[in-house]
Write a protein of this length. Structure first.
Lengths: 103, 166
């Protein structure tokens, strides 16, 4: 039995769905950031799988996934700094309680 | 790699990824969520190895497991008082989120089942990807490479400025 491109894409779609569910339902801001990391990983699986099956000699997908990982690191750094600042000011990181800009 | 065990490894890693991913988004204790996130990211690195992307797998372990997951745990420790057992961790959107997610995944799976992919079967899979990626990063992709390092520096400075005390 051979593992085809569709297998990897199906895995990535399911992982993306799991991350989306987490983003939609989590109250904890750190939990939302972790769910976003799951979605980034789903995208990276897609990129590397396409690289392996469609353009194996060009490495386009692998280069793109490196950039995705770097931007994810930047996002996590800034996001967690914002979470810490919110926690310091509100004593709370539940996003449904932080509604200062909502009227 | 011996290609006979690839399907078994794929299903093993997929099972671990899906189960630990579900635990990440549903567990009560956010610290346990972070630990299962690490397990999930490790399994994704295994999937990269199966796909012949050894450099990406190493970057995944170094950056995600080594840096981002530790950063997450650090943030959880600093905000520890709001992650107790008795506190509700999910909002009231759970039913509609389940419907949306299942619909999205179903549409995605249906679409990728119907699509005919432009697969190159006879292409040569290189053994060592690190040297080729390094060369490409320094030649064809040198501008995005420099830009992304500026982005990283900006994020670093931004995080310090945001999180420091006055």
């Amino acid at each position: 039995m051979e593992i085809s491109l569709a297998h990897y894409l199906a895995l990535a779609a399911i992982l993306f769905g799991i991350g989306m569910f987490g983003v939609l339902t989590r109250r904890n801001a750190v939990g939302i950031l972790m769910s976003i990391e799951l979605m980034f990983n789903a995208v990276n699986i897609n990129l590397v799988a396409f690289n392996r099956f469609v353009t194996p000699a060009d490495f386009t997908g692998q280069i793109f996934s490196i950039f995705v990982i770097v931007v994810a690191a930047a996002e996590a750094t800034v996001g967690l700094a914002i979470v810490l600042l919110i926690y310091r000011n509100f004593r709370d990181i539940f996003v449904d309680n932080i509604n200062l800009m909502k009227w | 790699m011996d290609s006979a065990i690839v399907p078994y490894l794929f299903y093993l890693f997929s099972f671990v990824i899906v189960v630990s991913g579900l635990l990440v988004v549903t567990m009560k204790d956010i610290f346990h969520c972070a630990l299962f996130l690490i397990l999930c990211l490790f399994s994704v690195a295994g999937i990269y190895v199966l796909l012949g992307a050894d450099f990406i797998a190493a970057v995944q372990v170094l950056l995600y497991v080594g840096a981002i997951a530790v950063l997450m745990i650090f943030a959880i420790m600093l905000t520890a008082k709001v992650s107790g057992i008795g506190i509700k961790q999910q909002n009231e959107q759970v039913p509609i989120a389940i419907v949306t997610t299942v619909a999205f995944v179903a549409i995605a799976l249906y679409g990728l089942g119907k699509t005919i992919w432009n697969i190159k079967i006879d292409a040569v899979i290189p053994d060592n990807t690190t040297m080729a990626i390094g060369k490409l990063l320094m030649t064809t992709y040198v501008v995005p490479f420099e830009i992304v390092s500026v982005v990283l520096l900006a994020a670093l400075i931004g995080a310090i400025v945001i999180a420091r005390r006055n």
